[in-house]
Design a protein around this ligand. Structure first.
Ligand SMILES: [Zn+2]
Length: 93
């Protein structure tokens, strides 16, 4: 369980396991140190340090209780195949 205290309304809420997975997956390979959670009461965005989130993720991974979350891939894999230096698609007929 990762508890978050809203910086606006002061209420505490817990991140869902899906949010934890998303936070870890999204921050993988980045230098991000925080996950931005949204308060369910007032919808205020609160930064949450990733460290306890990663710890919780590792705990769920150990227990085998990680939820399956579909991650939308933002960066497509680099396509370095084929001939290089072929910029600008000029088509001749
Ligand atoms: Zn709030």
């Amino acid at each position: 369980m990762v508890r978050v205290t809203c910086t606006r309304c002061g209420r505490t809420y817990t991140l869902t396991s899906e949010q934890i997975v998303l936070a870890v997956e999204e921050s993988r390979g980045t230098k991000r140190r925080h996950y931005v959670a949204t308060c369910p009461y007032c919808h205020h965005a609160t930064k949450v340090p990733l460290r306890p989130i990663r710890q919780e993720y590792a705990r769920m991974e150990r227990l085998g209780t990680l939820p399956e979350v579909a991650i939308a891939e933002e960066a497509p894999p680099p396509n370095s195949e084929g001939s290089a230096g072929d910029e600008g698609t000029q088509k001749r007929e």
